[in-house]
Write a new protein. Structure first.
Length: 233
């Protein structure tokens, strides 16, 4: 086994030159065009621009693109560990920024400087809280829950919360057309009016009219005594 001192790192001539793999069925122009559309390539160019003050200029562009593509593949496969670690790290970093700015605000002599530092501290605190909320939502996603609820008030008033299937929807599921539904509803309402009557009137008697009899009749024909004595001319 070789010692670490014997291992010589291989450093390419230009670290910022991206090595593009060209497939057999591709031309050089097609290979370059395909890489130029990769999200990992665009992210790598931005990261390389801002990370110079973090780890220096020694980051190879090809390795950076490959690392980003590997992280993307893990996320697409359902492994969200990288995103969870990213959000947790950002929330912790923002918490540190909040503490630092809040401490500096207390050290200010003038009121406007205190308010400026304290305002920046509270903004960092709000961003930290939002990042924590995003982390919780990512790890424990909320599921939509629809609850049908009916509130019954006094009298004949009912309020339905949620979508309640109507008679038209039920008829559509059974294959009935809106025309058949209207005819059935009109027939039902017409029979209801005939049976119950409008505005709560008594029901109509559908039985046949019985024959007239004189049993127990207390009303007789008026006699001649009640006629006028003076005859008309």
């Amino acid at each position: 086994m070789k010692k670490s001192a014997d291992v010589v790192p291989v450093i390419p001539t230009n670290l910022k030159t991206l090595q593009v793999a060209q497939l057999p069925h591709q031309t050089q122009a097609q290979a370059l065009a395909g890489v130029s559309l990769l999200p990992a390539f665009h992210a790598a160019t931005v990261i390389d621009t801002y990370q110079a003050n973090l780890i220096g200029e020694g980051v190879e562009m090809t390795a950076l693109v490959e690392a980003l593509q590997e992280s993307t593949d893990k996320t697409k496969a359902g492994d969200l560990s990288t995103l969870e670690a990213m959000l947790l790290g950002q929330a912790s970093a923002l918490q540190t920024i909040f503490s630092s700015l809040a401490k500096r605000a207390q050290q200010q002599e003038y009121q406007k400087h205190l308010e400026a530092f304290l305002g920046l501290a509270l903004k960092a605190q709000a961003q930290s809280r939002a990042t924590i909320s995003a982390l919780v939502e990512l790890k424990y996603p909320r599921h939509a829950l629809f609850v049908k609820q009916a509130n019954i008030a006094q009298g004949h008033q009912q309020v339905n919360n949620g979508q309640v299937p109507t008679q038209e929807d039920a008829s559509t599921e059974r294959g009935e057309s809106p025309k058949d539904l209207f005819a059935e509803q009109f027939k039902s309402e017409h029979n209801e009016l005939l049976e119950e009557g409008a505005y709560g009137s008594p029901q109509m008697d559908s039985r046949t009219t019985p024959a007239t009899t004189r049993n127990d009749s207390k009303v007789e024909t008026l006699g001649t005594i009640h006629r006028s004595q003076k005859r008309r001319r």
